[in-house]
Design a protein around this ligand. Structure first.
Ligand code: SF4
Length: 315
C-alpha cells in the first residue's frame, strides 16, 4: 500500500496512456487518486478506455455541479447512535470502521463522507458499548474498507462484537481482497476461522478484468475459512454497462466461488454523474442477462433510497 500510485502522471506512465487521448483530467486534493500497483497491473497497456483505469482516473467533469448529485446521497451523516454506527434496516447495524481504502473509486457514494467525525477511529469501546444497546442479528463492517484495519485491530473488534448478546451473523463489505489480494494473509484467515458466528464477505467487483489468479486464490482461502461470498457491483457508464460485460462478470465471479448478488444503480454522489446509466438502459441490460444466464447468476438490480426499509428493486 505504501507504493500506491497517487498522481495522474505516474499512473498514465505505467499504463502507457497519453493525456491527449483522454478527456480533461484533474488532480483533486479532496478524494485524491489512489491505486495500488497490484490493481494497475491488471489494466491493459495503451488503452485509454480501460475499464479498470476509468474507475480510478479523476476526470475534470467531476467538478461540474449536476442537479440531484449531492455530497451525502444516502443521508448517512448526522445520526447519533454512537461512533461509526449507522442503522438503516431492521435487524442489521452498519459499523463504519475506517475511512481508509486500498483504492479510491471515483463513483464511491462515500467519497465526501466525514470519516474524521463519523468513523470508529479510536472509539472502539464506545462503539461496542453503543452496539450492545441496539437490537440486531447482524453487524455489517463497512468503511472505507474494514480490511484496511490491521489484523490486531480486527481481532480486538471481532472479540468485542462476538460478545454482543444478540449477534447471529457478521458481514464484511470489502474491496481489499480484489484490489490487493495479498491482504488475505494467514493471520487474517486464522482470525476469520475463529469467529463463532457465520461470516458473509460481500466483495465489490465491477468487471471481470479485475479477477486474476491471485484474486481467485484469496477467495478460495476465504471460502475455506468458512465465509459465504457474495458480490455487489455498481452499474457504471463506460465501464460495465453492457449485457455481455455483466454476463462475463457473473461467470467469472461464480468461477471463483462468489455469487453475483446485487448490481447497484449509481448513488447520486457529487462528482460521479458521468457514470450514470438510466433505468431504461439498465432494464434492457437485465433483460438480456436473464435471457442468457441461469437465474442464480443474475444479480438483483437495486438502488438505495434513503429512508426505505430495504434496497429498492429497479423495476
Ligand atoms: S473501496 Fe469501496 S468505500 Fe473505498 S472508495 Fe471504493 S467504493 Fe468507496
Amino acid at each position: 500500500m505504501r507504493q500506491a500510485i497517487s498522481t495522474v502522471d505516474e499512473l498514465l506512465a505505467l499504463v502507457a496512456v497519453d493525456r491527449r487521448d483522454l478527456p480533461r483530467l484533474e488532480e483533486p486534493s479532496a478524494f485524491p487518486l489512489r491505486v495500488p500497483l497490484s490493481f494497475v497491473q491488471r489494466m491493459r497497456i495503451a488503452t485509454p478506455d480501460d475499464p479498470l483505469l476509468l474507475q480510478v482516473l479523476p476526470l475534470g467533469v467531476e467538478t461540474n455541479a449536476v442537479d440531484g448529485f449531492v455530497a451525502d446521497p444516502l443521508r448517512e451523516t448526522g445520526g447519533d447512535l454512537g461512533p461509526g454506527i449507522i442503522s438503516k434496516y431492521r435487524g442489521r447495524t452498519l459499523l463504519i470502521t475506517t475511512g481508509a481504502c486500498p483504492v479510491h473509486c471515483r463513483y464511491c457514494f462515500r467519497r465526501h463522507f466525514p470519516y474524521s467525525e463519523s468513523a470508529l477511529r479510536g472509539a472502539m469501546d464506545a462503539s461496542l458499548a453503543a452496539l450492545a444497546t441496539l437490537d440486531h442479528d447482524e453487524i455489517i463492517l463497512s468503511g472505507g474498507d474494514p480490511l484496511s484495519l490491521s489484523n490486531s485491530r480486527l481481532e480486538r473488534l471481532f472479540e468485542g462484537l462476538c460478545r454482543l448478546p444478540r449477534l447471529r451473523r457478521l458481514r464484511i463489505h470489502t474491496r481489499f481482497p480484489i484490489i490487493v489480494p495479498q491482504r488475505v494473509d494467514q493471520a487474517l484467515l486464522e482470525l476469520l476461522c475463529r469467529l463463532p458466528v457465520p461470516l458473509t464477505i460481500v466483495t465489490h467487483v465491477n468487471h471481470a478484468q479485475e479477477i486474476d489468479a491471485s484474486v481467485a486464490g484469496g477467495m478460495r482461502d476465504l471460502r475455506d475459512a468458512g465465509a459465504t461470498l457474495l458480490n455487489q457491483g455498481v452499474l457504471l457508464a463506460g465501464i460495465n454497462a453492457m449485457a455481455s460485460t455483466q454476463a462475463e462478470l457473473a461467470e467469472a465471479l461464480f468461477d471463483i466461488g462468489i455469487v453475483p448478488y446485487y448490481l447497484h444503480q449509481l448513488d447520486p454522489v457529487a462528482g460521479a454523474a458521468h457514470f450514470r446509466v438510466d433505468d431504461d438502459q439498465a432494464q434492457t441490460i437485465m433483460a438480456e442477462l436473464r435471457a442468457s444466464l441461469p437465474g442464480y447468476l443474475v444479480p438483483r438490480l437495486v438502488r438505495e433510497i434513503p429512508g426505505e426499509t430495504a434496497k429498492t428493486a429497479v423495476a
